[in-house]
Each structure stands twice: as C-alpha cells, then as structure tokens.
Write a protein that binds this ligand. Structure first.
Ligand SMILES: Cc1cc2nc3c(=O)[nH]c(=O)nc-3n(C[C@H](O)[C@H](O)[C@H](O)COP(=O)(O)OP(=O)(O)OC[C@H]3O[C@@H](n4cnc5c(N)ncnc54)[C@H](O)[C@@H]3O)c2cc1C
Ligand code: FES
Ligand code: FES
Length: 480
C-alpha cells in the first residue's frame, strides 16, 4: 500500500496522494491548493519569485527554517515538513512585520517578485540573530537569490532593515514542533512505487536493490530542471534528503567530512571556518534558496565542468566515498571525474561523503569565480590555487580549474612550473603561461575560448598579488 505525503501547509495538516510525486511544489500550490500568491518567473531557480519557506524540528525544541525555490522542488520532498507561503504570514488580517515594512518602504511596483522577496525576508526575519539593523553585507547576501525588474533594490533593502523594528521574541512554535514530530516516520516514505525517501543507508540500499534504475534526488537544484526545463518524466525517484548518515558534518583529527546530503548553506560555515579563503566563492555559489536545497553530493555527482565545489575539493586533495551494493569504497575526487558528465559511480552507487584533509601550516589558498553576474550566476571559469610554501619556496602546488575542460581538472604543467621555485611574480607569470599546455577550453554562451584561457592565466597572477600583498589593485568590484 502506498504511503501518502504528509505535511503541514501553514498550520494545517495535509496529505497528498494520487499525483505525480515530481509535480513541483509551485504547481501543486498554484493548482490543487489554489494558493496563487507564490509566483512563477523562470521555473529554474534563478529569479526567486517562487520562494517559499520550509520548517523542520531543529532537534532542540525549535524549528529550522529554509527558504527554497518551489519551482524546482518536488512535492515528494515535502513529507514531514511545514510549508509556509506568503498566504501564511498575515494573522487575523494584520500583515506580518515583513509585509508592513515592504509597504512602508514602497518596495513593490508591479508586485510580481514581491511574494518571493517577502518570503526571503521572512526567512531572514526568523533566522537572523546578529546586531540590528543587520549589516548591509548580510542583507545583500540574503537577497542574492531574488530578482526585481522594476522597483529597484534600494527600497527592498530599506524594508529589510525596517522589518526588524519592534521585533519581539520568537513565536511559540511548540505546537508546530509537536505536529511535525507527529508526522515523523519509523520507516522511509514509499509513495506509489515512484518516490522513495529512505531514512538510513541500509534502507537506501534496499530501495536501490529493488529499483537500480531509479534517479537519485538530493536538493533537486539540477535534477528539478530536467522536469521543468527539459520536460522529462522521472519514472522513479529516490530522495536522499532524509538519509541520516548522509546528513552529517564532522571534523576529525585529519579531515573535514561532509555528508553528501548536506546543503551548501550547512557546509559553507564549517568549510570557511577552516579555509577562510573559500568565503567569497561559497557566498557566490548560486543564491540562498538554491544553497538551502542544493547539496555537496549533488554538485559532485552532477559532474558539471562548471560546478564550483569540484575544483575546490580537487585542489584540496579531497577523497570521495561511494556507497553501493558492495559496501563503501573511497577514491580521490580527482579520479571520480572520467569524462564530460561521466563519473566513476557504478550502478546502484551514490556519493556518500567527501573528506577534505585539514590544511598543513603554510598553505596559501585562493578560490576565484569568474561569471557574468556577481550574484547567483554559474562560473565561466573557477580557479583554485593551493600552494604549500616552505619559507618563500613552493614545496607543493595543487591548481584546479572548472570551466577549462570537459571535467574539473588539475593543471599539471602549471603545477610543474611552480614546484621548487620561489613564489615570485616571475614564477607566477611563467606558471600562468604553462596553463596553455594544460587546457584547450571551449567557447560557449558564458565565455569565449580565448577569454577563458586569458582569464585563467590572469587569475594565477592575481593570486600572486593578493597572496603576497603586493599592493596592486586586483579587482574592479569587491565582494562584501
Ligand atoms: C539558479 C541556480 C544557480 C546555480 N548556481 C550554481 C553555482 O553558482 N555553482 C554551482 O556549482 N552550481 C550551481 N547550481 C547547480 C546546483 O545548485 C548544484 O550543482 C547543486 O550542488 C546540486 O545539488 P543538488 O543536491 O540540488 O543535486 P540534484 O539536483 O538533486 O542532483 C543532481 C544530479 O546528481 C545526482 N545526485 C545527486 N546527489 C547524488 C548522490 N549523493 N549520489 C549520486 N548521485 C547524486 C542526481 O541524480 C542528478 O543527476 C545552480 C543551480 C541553480 C538552479
Ligand atoms: S520561478 Fe524563478 S526561481 Fe522559481
Ligand atoms: S516589483 Fe516588479 S519585478 Fe519587482
């Protein structure tokens, strides 16, 4: 017998059955639910018009909130969560402080983007616990996944500051937590033999044994687009977001270990705490609603040549652990990528974990992303430079690029031109020239081949200037 998908829609318990589990949350809201406040702009996670907020018990009596793009999330992922849309904010006819601030700051014109902005701001309102008003950088980063074509962002930023006026202590969420705990399952969801949400690795193995051809779903920020943009039907889907073992973050004596189903929002802080140089790259990885859903394992398994984390993890010499019918195996991430979108994953295997060795003293690291837009854009080139310096001498070099080849790839000639040399401008320039024998990039809508080659070389020279504090200005725009 099929399970039903059970959730709280606002405060109301709802059960879903009889619909395709890969129906997007947006279509379900606007169709069967008649909740048309949530808008569709792009249907690919880019504009934020469809932003909704999900809440789940945080394990200590409260709720953990996530804003996500409802246009690329499937209804099957809603099992066990509270879904909040713009219709849930006003209480007894009184607008929420976020809505009042948007009105007071004249932060809406045509209004199409407004519900999405309101839900992004509501997420910030619920989760922000820093000084008031929040620093501009915090607001810029929070709004990085929402586009407005007509109002302009100044009034929206003003609303973001004003909404905190008179904010009182958090709402009492005891009843919601209890209701969500009541939805918890002893065994993973199995919906109409088409959508499975196992809770443990053992359950996952059981499902994949019966359905070896099922598509793996993590955050859906790539897979969702196969449905909304490529109009593919996914016959059977196995969702990893509930597999406890894949949701862990651990720092051991030697490694930072990130479970495959850890989202980018969850991974960024532990990564940046150890490697502060990664802050800008991960702040510019998509926008917040995508980072709140998209996962570490999804970025790796997707094997896009322009994914941002693979060059980082390859340059940091990470391992990847794969879980499959024969148990767990481990390999170097650099050996995981075989060819354009081809990986070492065997049938029935999933990415389970990435393990990044902790840095040795003397590591100089930089991760540079070049894209057409500063926020919420995919890389044309992503260059990651990791040098082990012994005094002024380069004892080891690991240089990896995205966007320069069919796979995320190390730059062997460039590395050879660095190792054993003093870290001088002349060395950096010679190693930058050596990149020409490492890569023959393609041209596409993101960048021409010549631009990619030039910018990759320039990034290495920028790294020299920034890592040595040469005092030369290296950026037209600084990312706050
Ligand atoms: C608007 C937007 C902006 C984006 N910006 C960026 C960006 O700046 N940088 C960037 O790198 N990416 C970006 N992405 C792409 C995407 O967000 C990332 O690749 C993300 O990490 C994918 O993770 P996911 O969990 O959503 O994967 P999913 O969409 O769930 O899955 C992606 C693929 O990997 C497979 N898969 C997922 N998890 C596993 C696993 N554990 N084991 C085996 N197979 C698995 C799926 O079957 C699918 O084929 C963007 C996407 C959108 C929509
Ligand atoms: S409709 Fe544009 S992000 Fe969802
Ligand atoms: S108010 Fe028109 S798009 Fe933002």
């Amino acid at each position: 017998m099929s399970d039903r998908i059970r959730l709280l829609l606002g405060d109301r318990p709802v059960e879903i059955s009889g619909i395709d589990p890969t129906t997007t949350v947006l279509d379900w809201l606007r169709g069967p639910c008649g909740r048309t406040g949530t808008k569709e702009g792009c249907a690919e996670g880019d504009c934020g018009a469809c932003t909704v907020v999900l809440a789940e018990p945080d394990g200590s009596g409260g709720l953990a909130y996530r804003s996500v793009n409802s246009c690329i999330q499937f209804v099957g992922t809603l099992d066990g969560v509270q879904l909040l849309t713009v219709e849930d904010l006003a209480k007894d006819g009184t607008p929420h402080p976020v809505q009042r601030a948007m009105v007071a700051a004249h932060a809406s014109q045509c209004g199409f983007c407004t519900p999405g902005f309101v839900m992004t701001l509501y997420h910030l309102y619920r989760t922000y616990d820093g000084p008031l008003p929040p620093p501009r950088e915090t607001l810029d980063r929070a709004l990085g996944g929402n586009l407005c074509r007509c109002t302009g962002y100044r009034p929206i930023l003003e609303a973001a500051e004003r909404m905190f006026d008179g904010r009182t202590a958090g709402e009492d969420v005891t009843a919601t937590v209890a209701a969500l705990e009541g939805l918890a399952r002893d065994k993973g969801l199995a919906y109409e033999d088409r959508f499975f949400a196992p809770r443990t690795l053992a359950e996952l193995a059981g499902v994949l044994k019966v359905h070896p051809g099922a598509r793996i779903l993590s955050g859906g920020t790539d897979l969702g687009l196969e449905v909304t943009k490529a109009h593919r039907t996914l016959d059977r889907v196995v969702y990893l977001g509930r597999v406890a073992e894949l949701r862990t973050v651990a720092k051991t004596q030697t490694h930072l270990e990130l479970g495959a189903a850890v989202t980018w929002s969850e991974a960024a802080d532990p990564l940046v705490a150890i490697w502060p140089a990664l802050d800008e790259l991960f702040a510019r990885f998509a926008g917040p609603p995508v980072r709140n859903a998209g996962t570490v394992g999804g970025n790796i398994a997707n094997a896009s040549p322009i994914g941002d984390s693979p060059p980082v993890f390859v340059a940091l010499d990470a391992d990847v652990e794969l879980a499959g019918p024969a148990g767990m195996r481990r390999l170097k991430l650099a050996d995981f990528f075989l060819d354009y979108r081809k990986t070492a994953l065997a049938p029935g295997e999933v990415v389970a974990r990435v393990r990044i060795p902790l840095p040795a003293p003397g590591l100089k690291l930089a991760a540079y992303k070049v894209s057409k837009r500063l926020d919420d854009d995919i890389s044309a080139v992503c260059g990651v430079f990791a040098l082990a310096l012994d005094g002024g001498r380069i004892a080891d070099a690991r240089i990896a690029f995205g966007g320069m080849a069919a796979i995320p790839k190390r730059a062997a000639s460039c590395e050879a031109a660095l190792v054993g040399k003093d870290w001088t401008l002349a060395t950096a320039q010679a190693a930058a020239a050596a990149l020409a024998s490492d890569f023959a990039p393609i041209g596409d809508m993101r960048a021409s081949a010549a631009y990619r080659a030039k910018v990759a070389a320039n990034l290495l020279v920028r790294f020299w200037h920034e890592s040595t504090g040469s005092g030369i200005a290296t950026r037209a725009v600084s990312y706050g």
